[in-house]
Design a protein around this ligand. Structure first.
Ligand SMILES: *Cc1c(COP(=O)(O)O)cnc(C)c1O
Length: 227
């Protein structure tokens, strides 16, 4: 597993996908997803110049990242997994972006903690574009009202939308839907695209692609996609 070589290849693919649709590759942030992976791989990615990372669990991130963030102040950490309200304090302290804002109770808790601490991690609203029962995220029909509530009622720094399309569906439909929802809500950031489909996501306007496997190799299956 050569993390540096994989990263270079992923960066080249992002750049090619961007150019193919007339976009500037610099508009796209690679969020390297390190869930289940240890410090050696993380350090290899940092050494190769990657500074933006994603983790899906608060507890796991707390075990891995505080020392690394102190050592490498340029590192930015994104929370890409579901956030329980009782972990909001810890999440606001550690993460620089929270991509999974998806309900009023969580929005309120985030707002209170941001007001208390003065720390304001960028927020993305997660949309359950496939309306899957087991998945988190607001339903497409609720996004306009929820985005307004997050901004007007809670004054959250909402920068964009995030989605995880159903595994067995054509992702472009979901990426197109997310892009349209962001456009009509005046949100500029779109976190969409993973190892299997990030080039399609770039074509549909992704500003953040979240890529784990293509950089760090397969994850142990017992933790991989668990919510
Ligand atoms: C694990 C994960 C990813 C990365 O998935 P890969 O297929 O390994 O690239 C992206 N987004 C979220 C929300 C994840 O949980």
């Amino acid at each position: 597993m050569n993390v540096a070589a994989n990263l270079a290849q992923v960066r080249a693919r992002i750049a090619a996908a961007a150019r193919a649709c007339g976009r500037d590759p610099r508009e796209i942030t690679l969020v390297a997803v390190t869930k289940t992976h240890g410090e050696a791989k993380i350090r290899a990615a940092i050494a190769a110049g990657n500074l933006v990372f994603g983790e899906n669990r608060v507890q796991e991130a707390e075990e891995k990242w505080p020392a690394l963030k102190a050592e490498f102040p340029g590192v930015r950490l994104h929370l890409i997994g579901p956030l329980q309200s009782n972990k909001v304090k810890r999440a606001v302290l550690l993460f620089d972006a929270i991509e999974t804002v998806d309900r009023p109770k969580l929005a309120r808790a985030l707002a209170e903690e941001m007001a208390r601490t003065g720390r304001r991690p960028a927020c993305f609203i997660e949309v359950n574009t496939g309306e899957e029962a087991q998945k988190s995220g607001v339903r497409p029909a609720e996004i306009d009202a929820f985005a307004r509530e997050c901004r007007e009622t809670y004054n959250l720094p909402v920068e964009g939308l995030m989605c995880i399309p159903p595994a067995d569906e054509e992702p472009s439909l979901h990426f197109g839907l997310l892009a349209e929802m962001a456009r009509r809500n005046g949100l500029r950031q779109l976190s969409m695209g993973m190892s299997a489909d990030f080039e399609i996501a770039v074509a549909f306007g992704a500003t953040h692609v979240r890529i784990g496997t293509a950089i760090f190799g397969p994850r142990p299956s017992f933790t991989g996609e668990k919510k």
